[in-house]
Design a protein around this ligand. Structure first.
Ligand code: HEM
Length: 249
């Protein structure tokens, strides 16, 4: 039997699966924050976006169950991604101390980024679960007024703010580390490698900052709607053109 037949490919396969689920989640969140920032354009824009995801434009009526199905799928991908990532978490205080000392001594950017990813990933175990549970159980409660009420009146904004920072930083650092890991955009010569890494890192910081600004601005807009609007009658947002019709979310 040849020597290579003995090589266990499982770790490589698990690594690949972790990268693949990470890329899917990074793509999801970059779309999510942009779709959801439609509130910065207008209430109507966010309302139309919600209708789109509820299938109104291609099925002819609203089906909030689509949101439930989407959120459940995302949750399952997160669970797989997290289980695979946990293999690499420091499992004892001793391991953690060794990594910390190494990072401080070496002042090594990429190791510090890895620690940031572990911390943000851990925070998301809790924060993303809360958010996804609400999306799965109340898919019909999404819209300019419903979302603003949840964020401002139900005081969900601190959770969203923490989740926003955790997920954007986690995704940005994750994609940067994937680029290095799979050797994408590598320079031909060794002497250019450091500059290339620094360039990729600068682009990553720029994109992360951009997403944080958009995310905070959207959150701010939801909060101002939430504090300005009177929710006492329980009516949900609907465009002026639909006013005489049945009230919609
Ligand atoms: C299919 C699954 C998801 C749906 C349908 C969804 C939907 C929404 C909606 C409608 C909002 C506005 C606030 C509200 O109505 O409560 C929101 C906000 C937010 N979601 Fe999600 N979400 C999903 C998954 C996720 C995941 C997996 C993450 C991150 C791990 C995430 C992170 C956030 C963040 C950070 C905000 C606040 C954004 C901001 O500050 O602009 N969401 N989401």
């Amino acid at each position: 039997m040849k020597k290579r037949d003995h090589i266990d490919k499982t770790p490589a396969r698990l690594d690949f699966l972790q990268s693949a689920t990470g890329i899917i989640l990074a793509l999801f969140i970059s779309g999510h924050i942009l779709f959801e920032s439609s509130i910065l354009i207008s209430n109507n824009a966010m309302y139309n976006m919600t209708q789109f995801f509820e299938g109104y434009y291609f099925l002819g009526s609203k089906h909030p169950m689509i949101i439930t199905a989407l959120a459940t799928t995302v949750l399952l991908i997160i669970i797989v991604h997290a289980i695979l990532a946990m293999r690499k978490f420091p499992s004892t205080y001793r391991q953690y101390k060794m990594i910390r000392e190494h990072t401080l001594r070496m002042n090594h950017h990429d190791t510090s980024l890895w620690i940031i990813q572990v911390v943000t990933g851990f925070a998301m175990f809790f924060l993303a679960s809360i958010h996804l549970y609400i999306m799965i159980s109340q898919p019909e409660n999404i819209g300019p007024y419903a979302s603003s009420e949840r964020i401002a009146v139900d005081m969900m904004w601190p959770m969203y703010l923490l989740l926003l920072f955790a997920v954007v930083i986690h995704a940005g650092v994750g994609v940067y580390r994937l680029i290095l890991k799979w050797g994408l955009f590598e320079a031909d010569q060794q002497k250019f490698m450091k500059q290339r890494r620094a360039l990729i890192r600068t682009i990553m910081y720029f994109i992360v900052t951009l997403y944080l600004v958009v995310g905070v601005a959207s959150l701010w807009r939801y909060m101002s709607i939430g504090y300005e609007h009177d929710f006492d009658d329980g009516a949900r947002y609907h465009p002026v053109s639909e006013l005489p019709q049945k009230v919609q979310k």
